[in-house]
Design a protein around this ligand. Structure first.
Ligand code: PRP
Ligand code: URA
Length: 210
C-alpha cells in the first residue's frame, strides 16, 4: 500500500530539527523550535488551499490579486505535546479555531487512553489539521483521527515532526485517507515505544517535567 506521506525536507526545517534532537537543548529553546518548525510545516501543509481572484487598490493602480477562499481551518493538538505546535500554526492562520484531544500512552500496553476532547462546534465546516510532534506506534494518532472523524469535518490531515515507520504504517492501515505531514521519517522504535534516534519524550522536553 502506497504511503500517504509528505516529508518536508526544507533546509530551515531540517536545521531546526537537528537543534530539537540535541539533548543539550533546554525547554525554552525546545519550545521555540517546536513552534517555529510547526509554522514552517503548516506553510507547506496548507499549499492546497483554494484561491479566489479579487481586486485590490494599490497606491498606484487597481490590481487583480488572490485571497484564500471558502476554507476554514481547525487545529487539533493532541495533549500534551501537540500544544507546543499551536502558537506556531496560529501565527500563520490566526483565524483558525483550536480543538483539543487529551490522550496519553499507557506505558505498559502503549495503547492510547483518552481523557479529554473538546472540538469546535462548527467543525463540520472546517478542514482539520491534527498536531502532535511524535508519531511513534501510531496509537495516539489513530485514536485522535477516529475521534475527529466522528465529528465529520470537511477533511483531516495529520502533522507531526518526527514519524517512525511503525506509526506511519499503523496510521495508514487504519486511516488510509489521512495525509501525513512530517519533517523526517526516523529509523525505528525501541522496546519502550520511543522513536530512535528521535528526540526523547516531547511532552517532558516542552514542559520540563523530567
Ligand atoms: C507522546 C506523543 C504522542 C504519543 C506518540 O505523548 O506526544 O501523543 O506519545 O506515541 P504513539 O504514536 O505510540 O501513540 P505521551 O503519551 O507521552 O503523552 P504526553 O504528550 O502527555 O507526554
Ligand atoms: N512519545 C514521545 O514523546 N517520544 C517518542 O519517542 C515516542 C513517543
Amino acid at each position: 500500500m502506497e504511503e500517504n506521506i509528505f516529508i518536508m525536507n526544507h533546509p530551515m526545517i531540517q536545521h531546526k530539527l537537528t537543534l530539537l534532537r540535541d539533548k543539550n537543548t533546554g525547554s525554552k529553546e525546545f519550545r521555540e523550535l517546536i513552534s517555529e518548525i510547526a509554522m514552517l510545516m503548516c506553510y507547506d501543509a496548507t499549499r492546497d488551499l483554494p484561491l479566489k481572484e479579487v481586486e485590490v487598490e494599490t497606491p498606484l493602480a487597481i490590481s487583480k490579486s488572490n485571497v484564500i477562499y471558502g476554507r476554514k481551518l481547525a487545529f487539533i493538538p493532541i495533549l500534551r505535546a501537540g500544544i507546543g505546535m499551536v502558537d506556531g500554526v496560529l501565527k500563520l492562520v490566526p483565524a483558525a479555531k483550536v480543538g483539543h484531544i487529551g490522550l496519553y500512552r499507557d506505558p505498559n500496553t502503549l495503547e492510547p487512553v483518552e481523557y479529554y476532547s473538546k472540538l469546535p462546534c462548527d467543525i463540520e465546516e472546517r478542514d482539520v489539521i491534527i498536531l502532535d510532534p511524535m508519531l511513534a506506534t501510531g496509537g495516539s494518532a489513530k485514536g485522535a483521527v477516529t475521534i475527529v472523524k466522528k465529528s465529520k469535518p470537511k477533511s483531516i490531515k495529520f502533522m507531526c515532526i518526527i514519524a517512525a515507520p511503525e506509526g506511519i504504517k499503523a496510521l495508514h492501515e487504519e486511516h488510509p485517507d489521512i495525509k501525513i505531514y512530517c519533517a523526517v521519517k526516523d529509523k525505528c522504535l525501541n522496546e519502550h515505544g520511543y522513536i530512535i534516534p528521535g528526540l526523547g519524550d516531547a511532552g517532558d522536553r516542552i514542559f520540563g517535567t523530567k
